[in-house]
Write a protein that binds this ligand. Structure first.
Ligand code: ATP
Ligand code: MG
Length: 408
């Protein structure tokens, strides 16, 4: 199929807006005689006049050839072999054009391609043409190329029209593409939420039909993806899409059923996500443990109260509630042990805010877990309109402590 080509005069992408590292990689490949395109989310975001998170390059140079050209280069990836070209503060992911997943796997040899019984792609490493590379991407808006040799845009999949119409459309048959890689369903919700786009109806219906396939996705990839969902700066919108598409149930099984029981529980989650988005906009880094402590906070408190009724101490109950829930979630979304432990710490430390006498406050203020616990305490107190006097007391103590620290 002939692509739509848009000349430089008719689009808004300028080299000025591409990171200098990416421009260097593109030019270097071109000088060596290779085709070099800017690809993926970077092109999409530049066309939407948004700030791209990162820039990816697609080329006909093989990983080995890329390595020979760039000294500052590392080959990575088991599933796909690709090159990371390293610059100070920035890595440019540079990958060789890839072929699509073949219709009939028997035509391909075992070591280049294999699908599991559900149609899930386990290994693919076949190089292809630019067109094939575009069409194996997930959504049309993610399949645009910017050609460094003549500054044109190349559109094989109809992405330009979909950018204009503001829809997330799957390339090819949505049922097949979601079966190949169920994580694409979550990505659809993320892009719709982040960009303020709609999910095109055929894709939406396919998500509803295929959502249970998420159980087959790799739990460590799901963990990566979950972080992207909630750290993207539009976590609330993304969450609303996860609810609308009902992806929340296969992702967070017990938690989502618990939310369904009471509208107020839903409000807590939305409230925490709004807070996350404010922090992101203010440029603050929120680490995963604080994210999980906040989002699941009310649920963990609920589980802990049941354990307390069974006779556990408040501290044990808080820690065990977190362990029980997050470990159970690991089949689906593999939260690292260290993160689970830190979430447990944040919750187990909440009781310490009620001890305001003697040397305890001074000791707690110096504890390395204090700040996260305090952020949670502040957030929960305000959200539930509880412990407000106590909160004020700790705000003052913390301010005094901070003042002392600065003078020291
Ligand atoms: P972000 O702004 O989050 O970086 P992105 O579109 O750049 O969004 P990446 O995860 O960085 O997303 O992936 C880069 C590109 O690789 C995508 O734009 C898409 O073309 C392709 N891609 C990524 N994940 C998949 C997938 N699961 N299936 C098919 N193509 C994918
Ligand atoms: Mg990207």
């Amino acid at each position: 199929m002939e692509p739509v080509i848009v000349q430089r005069a008719n689009h808004n992408i300028s080299r000025k807006n591409i990171s200098s590292a990416a421009v260097k990689v593109l030019y270097r490949l071109k000088e060596e005689g290779f085709t070099a395109y800017l690809a993926g989310g970077g092109v999409r975001d530049l066309l939407l006049e948004r700030n791209p998170k990162d820039f990816d390059v697609a080329t006909d140079a093989t990983p080995e050839q890329i390595r020979r050209i760039f000294r500052n280069c590392r080959l990575v990836g088991r599933r796909f072999r690709l090159a990371h070209v390293l610059f100070r503060g920035e890595t440019i992911e540079t990958s060789t054009f890839r072929a699509p997943v073949p219709e009939d796997e028997s035509t391909h040899c075992e070591n280049t391609f294999r699908t599991s019984e559900t149609g899930f792609v386990e290994r693919d490493n076949i190089f292809g043409t630019p067109e094939q590379d575009a069409l194996r991407r997930d959504f049309t808006i993610n399949a645009l190329f910017y050609n460094i040799s003549d500054f044109t845009l190349i559109d094989y999949a109809g992405g330009l029209k979909d950018l204009e119409e503001r829809v997330v459309r799957v390339i090819g048959d949505p049922d097949r593409r979601f079966a190949e890689d169920p994580v694409r369903m979550i990505r659809a919700a993320r892009f719709a939420g982040t960009l303020g786009f709609d999910i095109e109806p055929a894709a939406y219906d396919a998500i509803c039909r295929n959502k249970e396939l998420l159980a087959h996705a790799s739990s460590s990839r799901m963990y990566e993806e979950v972080q992207k969902l909630f750290f993207c700066g539009h976590a609330k919108e993304v969450f609303l899409w996860l609810e609308r598409t009902d992806l929340l149930h296969p992702m967070f099984h017990d938690f989502s059923h618990w939310i369904d029981e009471d509208k107020a529980r839903h409000d807590w989650v939305i409230h925490t996500l709004e807070q996350m988005d404010r922090w992101r906009k203010a440029g603050l880094r929120v680490h995963p443990a604080l994210l999980f402590a906040l989002i699941f906070g009310e649920y963990h408190e609920f589980l802990a109260s049941r354990l307390e009724e069974e006779g556990q101490s408040p501290q044990d109950a808080a820690r065990n509630a977190v362990q029980e829930h997050l470990r159970g979630m690991c089949d689906n979304v593999r939260v690292p042990k260290q993160v689970i432990f830190q979430v447990g710490d944040i919750m187990a430390n909440q009781g310490r805010f009620h001890r305001t006498k003697g040397r305890h406050p001074a000791r707690f203020l110096h504890n390395k877990g204090f700040l996260d616990a305090f952020l949670y305490f502040k957030f929960a107190s305000r959200a539930h309109d509880r412990n407000l006097d106590l909160l004020e007391h700790w705000v003052v103590l913390h301010r005094e402590q901070h003042g002392k620290g600065e003078r020291a």
